[in-house]
Design a protein around this ligand. Structure first.
Ligand code: TRH
Length: 414
């Protein structure tokens, strides 16, 4: 170190840094953005969220200015993470790498320097606060059994610093689930009056939805199962030859549209937000992507939600409505193992017929099977049991503490 360069410890502050690489879609930024907002709002922690792709981020935070290298929303400092890093890194008390993203070399060398300083100070019995930040790798959510055994484990890095693996999960021994402290109250208040959902639909420009119509949100990847379901919903009246409640599918711009292209006879590149297509009993409404809080309210407002990935999957559970989870596909169909692990815990206290229909519908949807329609019909027969279960599930799943509060405790004891 030269005389001109101050010691790394002289920059140390109590803030937390969260680094996020947008690998694919919106899940990486979706999860880190939720966590950052909650830590800032509920724990008054200064959060620096470093994101490498502001364009993806702007889909779930429309106010974001993609050209700015630094900006603040909801009390969170958002930094554009250019490679190499062109904003100086100031070590804080916690350093979170989301989903094993590779941290910038500038960050790694700074914490290494802090570690060396703290070792020297310890050897010389000098009492300073020059410890490196608590370093965590925030992992993907899974309901698999092994999560409990791996949560919190340290991994010694070449520099001699421990990095801890933080695993979200559904058990008390895991890292918990992201859930804002007032979320369930807000949801219950919202759902207590149908006028809230109707006002939201109006605000979104959705025309023709009556209070008793069936409204289904669809945020999935491409799958033939969705095509089959939409065809079924469109033709229900014809098949049953009876008066049928109208069905509305609310579909944001994105991957689901490839699966309904044939149904509405409109090429993908001509489908725009705000359009509406009626096919038999089904009306498809095309939505723009909206901010996360509005997306949550949309899930609260629908009768059934089809969600995907990691974050919308959890938000569908918090919505207390029945849902299908289109899990992010992985090599060798490993996602089906993850799906089964979740099905096992979700169905534990669900009566057999409902559990069977729900599980089969989810597997058929994920395996692109057209017999998803048969399972869906069974699922509708078990609707009231499913709805009741969906209402209780969030309390069971959250347990005594959410992810942010467990994380804050974890940091205190690390
Ligand atoms: O976008 P995703 O498919 O992200 C995926 C998964 O997280 C997957 O686990 C991961 O491995 C992969 O990315 C790399 O699905 P997910 O996780 O549901 O994220 C979507 C985010 O977008 C979520 O935070 C909700 C948000 N969203 C909005 O804010 N507004 C919207 O209008 C919509 C449709 C979504």
């Amino acid at each position: 170190m030269t005389n001109e360069t101050p010691a790394a410890s002289s920059y140390k502050s109590p803030h937390w840094d969260i680094f996020c690489v947008v690998v694919d879609n919106y899940g990486d930024i979706g999860v880190t953005w939720r966590l950052a907002k909650q830590l800032a709002a509920e724990y008054q922690i200064e959060i620096n969220l470093w994101v490498d792709d502001l364009n993806s981020f702007s889909h779930i935070l429309p106010e974001l200015d993609k050209t700015l290298s630094q900006q603040q929303f909801f009390g969170v400092n958002i930094f554009k993470w250019n490679k190499p890093l062109d904003i100086p890194y100031r070590p804080g008390s916690v350093l979170i790498e989301a989903f094993a993203c590779e941290l910038p070399s500038q960050v790694l060398s700074t914490i290494d320097e802090l570690h060396q300083e703290s070792k020297t100070n310890f050897e010389q019995s000098i009492n300073t606060a020059s410890k490196p930040p608590v370093w965590l790798n925030l992992e993907y959510l899974s309901a698999e059994d092994w999560v409990d055994g791996c949560h919190g484990l340290p991994s010694m890095q070449a520099s001699g610093i421990n990095k801890h693996f933080y695993f979200p999960g559904f058990t008390s021994k895991s890292g918990g689930l992201i859930c804002e402290s007032d979320l369930f109250n807000q949801r219950d208040k919202w759902q207590s009056s149908p006028s809230n959902k109707l006002a939201l639909f109006k605000k979104l420009g959705l025309i023709g939805i009556e209070a008793n119509d069936i409204v289904i949100s669809v945020f999935s990847y491409e799958t033939l199962a969705l095509t089959a379901l939409c065809n079924y919903w469109a033709n229900i009246e014809v098949q049953n030859n009876s008066e049928q409640t109208a069905i509305h599918a609310l579909i944001p711009l994105g991957k689901s549209l490839a699966s309904i292209e044939s149904l509405i006879s409109t090429p993908l590149n001509k489908i725009k937000a705000g359009q509406q297509f009626t096919v038999g009993n089904l009306t498809i409404h095309i939505l723009p992507m909206t901010a996360q809080t509005q997306f949550d309210r949309l899930l609260w407002s629908c009768d059934f939600n089809i969600v995907r990935g990691e974050d919308s999957f959890l938000r569908a559970q918090w919505a207390a409505k029945p849902f299908i989870w289109h899990i992010y596909p992985q090599e060798d169909d490993y996602h089906l193992v993850k799906l089964q692990a979740f099905v096992n815990i979700y169905c534990l206290n669900l009566e057999d017929d409902a559990a069977n229909a729900w599980s089969k519908t989810n597997f058929a949807f994920n395996q692109q099977e057209s017999n998803v329609v048969e399972h869906w019909q069974q699922l509708i027969c078990a609707q009231s049991a499913l709805q009741q279960h969906a209402k209780h599930w969030p309390i069971d799943a959250k347990k005594d503490a959410d992810l942010a509060s467990r994380l804050v405790e974890f940091v205190k004891t690390s």
